[in-house]
Design a binder for this molecule. Structure first.
Ligand code: ADP
Ligand code: ZN
Length: 730
């Protein structure tokens, strides 16, 4: 057994430290074990990442103080995954290791909740009080019970229970109490559906890949409502029967309670969830259910990818195209790519599902890296909704004034209200209006910390910055010239709500966006109101685009489809198509044919046309061709070097010297653009400049970038972010 352990601490130095392993620990210590170590006269925690018999510092080594827990908290394969992330995403290894575990586990900030429980040892014939007799009978009938429950039941003090224990009639012990994150514990169990042909075909392909000796990736491209989730369920069932476990990733779990419930209804207690709205205690208990093997399936947001599922057989990513799979802090990893890597390391199958796959995944299919299966029809041959675009430029010309609602959309809404059907209206902008200007002097309210104007939120009567959240009372007259007339433009969901209330005063209208959903349970509340028909029209941002499956929704209206189209990003078209398809997919999931009306100023834009015709082929091949010509992803990898700081001139100096140094050592085949201000120059008081690099191979960029990071000195207040495979260029 080696004498020296390599340890990664929580101090972000991108460095392993050598420690001596005391003789007594040599058998117990494993890769992935958490340990206490002395470090600069303090005691800190760290993880064992490797072993060695030699160390450069042999004579000065300190010893590990003790091992925490009786088995390693992180599986060896997941430690390897962290090293890959650290290298690929240019992130200090400490950050990569940190992401592997929920902080409540890493820091041990919570323990199990424990309570005392009583168990009957032997029935007694002896003379006991009638209350004691009742308690004995209760335990006989119900088995071991919590003492607080017994006390509640018989409204008694602890003393009769203590007496029974003293007389050895019962025994008392401390037991773990699970903090259960599922409020509705009474789900009706479901049986697998008889799959239709397309689903059978998909499941067959997945099963084939599950049998393979090496890892493989399957892309399941299925239209909304084609029954992808049922395919996930049956694939997992297959994996469980082989005595393996599965990870099921969903983009924003708090917004998809229906999905989680479908897993629980099928698999019961072996399903665990991990997401950000769990309490610390719930997260602790859920994680330990996975760790000790009692949960075999984890459904969760991206970090659930690192769960210590035993004998991992399958990783599924639903809505694989979703940008929320990218973590926007170090390590800036993309869960899809890390899932594929974990598949390789753990030798398990990976399944990516989407109605609008990312061009990255499509390209991986085209070049033979991934398999693809398609499901082109909705379940029970339910028709896809009728989708039409409404040319708003023409509409305004015809009616002679600007309008939020076209005549066609408003008539369609009236029609559904008459028939008692439900409507979803989508606009991807919250607040009342995105721009407020004084009509007289042209004053606009710019954020103090960011180089953007604040949005007006009527409900709060405030100006709010959508970047940093800074708020300010809305003035009743222009702060600059005192004129009371403001010009509002760029309507948001609040404005839609206000206008709609005037247009249909009798309808029950509700708004769902991050403003109206500030409380923890507001989502569930609106959700169940909508389900039970207490809402006629639901207005919302992309929050309503996901997962909602309500059969009575027969009309979906998109107020302004162009919002996501004109952002300076080569993925704008792809994003718009994904968003519109997802929103459209909410219509007509029941027995009545659904209708989708998309208001746009650019009805002939390829992304809008593709969302209307549901024919993605044309758009995909055109966009791929454009990306290939421009050498954008998926034909290259891009890396963004972002430098920011409180003083603009210092930031400019730093980015220029970074650029100069980098240009000297960067290989010729890497394309490097001159430093530019980021499209939002200032965020939270920091000025931002960036260098964009692209290459077929990420390492050709990251190697020299790391060299500069390690060798160049920058002022303390300067922040450098390396974003590998950046998803947003702003
Ligand atoms: P997707 O995930 O592709 O949007 P879902 O899995 O949510 O589609 O399926 C849509 C609806 O069809 C759900 O209500 C689901 O319960 C139902 N469903 C799925 N597969 C079948 C099947 N084979 N037979 C009958 N109903 C099914
Ligand atoms: Zn701001």
């Amino acid at each position: 057994m080696p004498k020296i352990a390599k340890i990664v601490t929580e101090v972000s130095l991108n460095q392993e430290f050598d420690y001596k392993i005391p003789q007594a620990m040599r058998n117990e210590l494993k890769i992935g074990s958490q340990v206490n170590i002395p470090f600069n006269n303090r005691d800190i925690k760290g993880f064992v990442v490797g072993f060695s018999n030699f160390s450069k510092f042999e004579n000065n080594l300190k010893s590990i103080t003790d091992i925490i827990g009786d088995k390693p908290l992180i599986p060896h394969s997941v430690i390897n995954l962290a090293y890959w992330m650290s290298d690929y995403y240019c992130s200090p290894i400490e950050n990569a290791i940190k992401t592997l575990l929920p902080s409540v586990i890493r820091k041990k900030s919570t323990q199990y909740k424990k309570q005392f429980s009583a168990t009957l040892l032997a029935d007694t014939k002896e003379n006991i009080t009638s209350l004691q007799r009742k308690i004995v009978n209760y335990l006989k009938k119900n088995g071991s019970s919590l003492i607080i429950d017994i006390q509640k039941k018989f409204n008694c003090s602890i003393s009769p229970i203590k007496t029974l224990a003293k007389n050895e009639v019962i025994t008392i012990e401390e037991v773990k109490i699970r903090r259960n994150p599922f409020c509705n514990t009474d789900l009706v169990p479901t049986q697998p559906f008889q799959l239709n042909n397309e689903q059978q075909n998909a499941l067959k392909k997945i099963k084939e890949n599950l049998e393979k000796i090496t890892s493989s990736v399957t892309l399941l491209h299925g239209v909304t409502g084609s029954g992808k989730t049922e395919v996930y369920l049956q694939s997992i069932d297959h994996v469980i029967k082989k005595n393996q476990g599965a990870i099921m990733l969903v983009p924003e779990i708090a917004l998809t309670p229906q999905t989680v419930n479908r897993f629980r209804a099928r698999f019961g207690e072996i399903v665990s969830v991990l997401h950000s709205s769990l309490s610390e205690g719930e997260r602790h208990d859920e994680w330990h259910r996975i760790f000790d093997g009692s949960a075999k399936i984890v459904v969760g947001a991206r970090s659930a990818l690192f769960s210590p599922i035993k004998n991992l057989g399958l990783i599924i990513l639903d809505e694989e195209h979703e940008p929320t799979y990218k973590q926007e802090e170090s390590p800036r990893y993309h869960a899809r790519d890390v899932a594929v890597m974990r598949g390789k390391i753990d030798n398990c199958a990976v399944l990516l599902g989407s109605a609008t796959p990312s061009l990255e995944s499509i390209q991986n299919v085209n070049c033979g890296k991934y398999d693809i299966v398609k499901m082109n029809n909705r379940i029970d041959s339910k028709k896809m909704p009728l989708i039409r675009t409404i040319d708003m430029a023409r509409e305004i010309e015809e009616i002679g004034h600007p309008s939020l609602f076209s005549r066609e959309l408003i008539n369609a809404i009236y029609d559904r209200l008459n028939k008692n059907e439900q409507v979803i209206l989508f606009l991807n902008r919250r607040g009342f209006s995105s721009s407020v200007m004084c009509e007289k002097c042209g004053y606009v309210n710019e954020c103090n910390s960011c180089s953007v104007t604040k949005h007006y939120h009527k409900t709060f009567n405030k100006f709010i910055c959508h970047i940093c959240g800074e708020e300010e009372e809305f003035p009743n007259k222009c702060p600059q010239c005192g004129d009371p007339a403001f010009k509002f433009s760029g309507s948001g969901t609040e404005k839609i709500e206000e206008t709609l209330l005037k247009l249909c005063p009798n309808a029950k209208i509700e708004r769902m966006d991050s403003d109206s959903m500030r409380k923890k349970d507001s989502y569930e509340k609106v959700f169940s109101k909508f389900k039970t028909g207490k809402i006629d029209i639901l207005i919302g941002t992309q929050m309503i685009a996901k997962g909602l499956d309500f059969p009575n929704v027969t009309l979906v209206g998109v107020l302004n489809a162009d919002l996501s189209l004109y952002v300076p990003d080569f993925r704008a078209g792809e994003r718009t198509l994904q968003l519109l398809t997802q929103v459209s997919g909410r219509a007509g999931r029941g027995n009545i044919l659904g209708e989708v009306l998309i208001q746009t100023y650019t009805p002939h834009h390829p992304a809008i046309e593709a969302s209307r015709t549901l024919n993605l082929k044309g758009f995909i091949s055109q966009d791929l061709k454009f990306r290939e010509e421009m050498n954008y992803p998926p034909f290259s990898h891009i890396v963004l070097v972002n430098i920011s700081g409180p003083k603009e001139d210092i930031v400019v100096n730093c980015i220029n010297s970074f650029y100069n140094e980098l240009s000297k050592i960067i290989p010729k085949e890497v394309k490097i653009l001159k430093p530019l201000p980021a499209s939002i120059l200032k965020i939270r008081g920091l000025f931002r400049y960036q260098i964009l690099l692209s290459s077929k191979y990420t390492a050709k960029i990251t190697k020299p970038v790391k060299y500069i990071l390690e060798n160049a000195k920058f002022p303390k207040e300067i922040k450098i972010i390396i974003d590998v495979d950046a998803l947003t260029l702003s």
